[in-house]
Write a protein that binds this ligand. Structure first.
Ligand SMILES: Cc1ncc(COP(=O)(O)O)c(C=O)c1O
Length: 403
């Protein structure tokens, strides 16, 4: 067999560690083990009925052909209205891009802007795809660690220190995957003050979890907080998390027209348009009633509170209560150095999650995968029964550790 040569940019990229963790859990399940998977990054709710109906209507009307590469005008108008309504941001239709997922929006933006050696500041812990997408686009991810005591939010002075002449982007994700941390207006203001001193830095605001916030937390996005940044910010959002539409693959972004056009060029030579039917479904989602979010968020909040309380009762685990998304990011520092039932010593958070999976069949993702150890991520987009059972198993696992 001939040796297949891969590109050097791909050689630096690692496959998604969250998918690897999910696969490990799937393998155990196939062996008949009763695994509880807490690795999923998607709501366990269904897509709302009125959104499904809009998609069925679109199929019946024959909306089944190629569309504009970066979105049908009706969806771009709905996105303009959404940004105005929710974020107080005024975009023209020409400043909107629709793509097959928020992931594609971010990928297109990085592909369209990065030259070899350009730096992308990524606060850690981060969503696993940012660094690898920057690498594929020829850029260099620059990690800035955040601290648990700051709710895993970037400190302005740390941002200031990370900026160089080569910095092209700062990626800000709020609420965050994997921590659930979210920036208040005041915290964004402080970061904006740093950014105003560095006009060559663009900001990518990943607001994918905007609608999933608790305890009266008021969501803000940086282009709204500091209008002087509007011309160099790409505000990214999508249908996956808010409307439980992960499989439909629609993301969107608002930003400078020159960037939006360049992103369309990337798409025109790669994916072409996002699915026509999904686009019509998201028109209905954005323009329709959002009442269902209240009930869903109440369910998420009850699960978050239960999970946080139970994790804090586990020996060696501490877990803060984050204001958004459907993840918690507990520390397992108190278990490091102890010995698992298998006889293996836990040296890292990866050891912790792999021993937990072996001993108690609970699948979570280790923190090093997101760039900050020793932690692990739990997605509470699962039923309350499953969550309680998983946390009971985690407590039992921690109590059985020796040393
Ligand atoms: C922080 C963050 N950004 C972007 C995405 C991309 O979502 P999608 O491509 O489904 O729109 C995800 C999905 O997990 C995410 O967690």
């Amino acid at each position: 067999m001939s040796d297949i040569v891969l590109s050097s940019s791909l050689a630096r990229v690692k496959p998604s560690p969250t998918l690897a963790a999910t696969q490990k859990a799937r393998d155990l399940k196939a062996r008949g083990v009763n695994v509880i998977g807490l690795g999923a990054g998607e709501p366990d709710f269904d897509t709302p009925e009125h959104v499904k109906e809009a998609a069925i209507d679109a199929i019946r009307r024959g909306e089944t052909k190629y569309t504009n590469v970066d979105g049908i005008p009706e969806l771009k108008e709905a996105v303009v209205a959404k940004f105005r309504r929710d974020n107080n941001l005024t975009f023209k239709v020409s400043e909107i891009s629709v793509a097959p997922g928020g992931k594609a929006s971010i990928f297109n933006a990085l592909m369209a802007t990065l030259n070899p050696g350009d730096e992308v500041i990524v606060p850690a812990p981060y969503w696993v795809s940012y660094p690898d997408m920057a690498l594929i686009a020829g850029g260099v991810p620059v990690f800035v660690e955040t601290r648990e005591e700051d709710g895993f939010l970037l400190r302005p002075e740390d941002l200031e220190r990370a900026i160089t002449k080569k910095t092209r982007w700062l990626i800000l994700n709020s609420p965050s995957n994997p921590t659930g941390g979210a920036y208040s207006r005041r915290e964004l203001r402080a970061l904006a003050d740093v950014l105003l001193r560095h006009p060559h830095v663009m900001v990518l605001a990943d607001d994918m979890y905007e609608h999933i916030v608790y305890d009266g937390f008021e969501f803000s996005t940086i282009a709204e907080v500091e209008p002087a940044l509007f011309d160099r910010t790409l505000t990214v959002n999508g249908a996956s998390k808010a409307y439980a539409m992960t499989g439909w693959r629609i993301g969107y972004a608002g930003g400078p027209e020159k960037l939006i056009k360049a992103m369309a060029k990337v798409m025109s030579q790669s994916t072409s348009n996002p699915c026509s039917i999904s686009q019509w479904a998201v028109v209905a989602a954005l323009n329709g009633d959002h009442g269902f979010l209240t009930e869903r968020n109440a369910a998420f909040k009850a699960r978050r509170d239960r999970v946080v309380a139970m994790l804090n009762e586990a020996e060696g685990i501490t877990c803060a209560t984050p204001p958004g998304a459907f993840y918690v990011y507990p520390s397992c520092a108190g278990t490091i150095g102890k010995t698992a039932p298998s006889g293996r010593r836990i040296e890292t958070d990866e050891d912790f999650t792999s021993e937990l999976l072996e001993a108690e069949a609970v699948a979570a993702v280790f923190g090093s995968a997101f760039g900050l150890a020793p932690y692990f991520r739990i997605s509470y987009a699962a039923s309350m029964d499953q969550l309680v059972e998983a946390c009971t198993r985690i407590q039992r696992f921690c109590a059985a550790l020796k040393g």
